[in-house]
Write a protein that binds this ligand. Sequence first.
Ligand SMILES: Cc1ncc(COP(=O)(O)O)c(C=O)c1O
Length: 391
Amino acid sequence: MFSGQGLKVAKRLSKIAPFRVMELLARANELASLGHDVIHLEVGEPDFDTPPPIVAAGVRAILEGKTKYTDARGTPELRQTISEFYQCSLGIDVPAERIFVTAGASGGLLMLSALLLDPGENLLMPDPGYPCNRHFLSSFNAEGILVPVDATQNYQLTPSLVEEYWTPATRGVLVASPSNPTGSILGQKVVRQLGEVVRDKDGIMIVDEIYQGLVYENEAIGSALVQVPEAIVINSFSKYFGMTGWRLGWVVVPEAIAMDLEKLAQNLFICPSSIAQEAALSAFDPESIATMEAQKAEFAVRRDYLVPALRELGFEIPLMPAGAFYVYAGLPDEAPDAEQFCHLLLENHFVAVTPGTDFGFHNADRSIRISYARNLSQLKEAVYRIGKLLG
Ligand SMILES: Cc1ncc(COP(=O)(O)O)c(C=O)c1O
């Protein structure tokens, strides 16, 4: 008889922590199903629907039977469309041969971890940062080295931190701009300097640009590829394009490693979703862009309300988040630690926010991440309830 005693998981699983925000989301949904008026500020996805032209293209794709495997790298049409986006918005030449369409940025991060790191090697990444990154690396017995950063470093790696933390096992850096959870962006000058330090060490610079279109401080779209042409860039249709559930993203790699990445893409995924790829062909249409720009303007209004309102309650937010849709806030002194605070806020006041402990270790138990991917009246009600919890 099957006892289950022989069932054991690989040792690497001990290095992979749960993505707590997903657990929080499940509990928040449970409370909502019991009839509570839950405000979801834990979510990392826009509250807006996917723009209508993209939805219509997806439906058309299903009706027209575009439901078969595609090229492992993505359809030539979509890769060409993304290449044209780089040319038109940034004036840079990124040929379609260097572009791989992936199953979300997550699919890209997984493939890059498999592609670039041998067991025991590591990438430097900022703490706080997107938690799944180090777990992608752990899945291949590599490691993410978390480098503590705070407002004085704009919550980003700096050239001197890279020098300080680099070891013989380090292969490169993985940074995000705008960052999750802090919303900070890497200025062009810092990108260039980081690129120079990494180049001197013969390392790899990976830049996650998944929140690329969502920058409020400086209207121009930026990319590390402008300053560091050899950088590996990750992007996604999830956030700016409002397509989280479609599971579609892309990576840009130097030509020298494109064939190896193709091999991995064939084996690991066969190809990204054909339907999502057809839909995404409409993502750069003027009508879609107009919808997304209107949503971005709405995010800016929310941010401009939320940050001062939280500061008023005693939260420490040293820098105005420049992009994405998160505020990473230091808890007021009188508040309990982050996990306890989030627990009390959800269970007693039905507001879900994410504890800093989901994003690393540095000051994590005194910080929370609040997503403003909810409408202004929900944000105002949430601020009122947070105020009640703080007494
Ligand atoms: C910085 C960052 N990178 C990657 C991802 C993964 O996104 P997706 O797989 O939906 O493209 C997220 C999701 O929240 C993120 O915040």
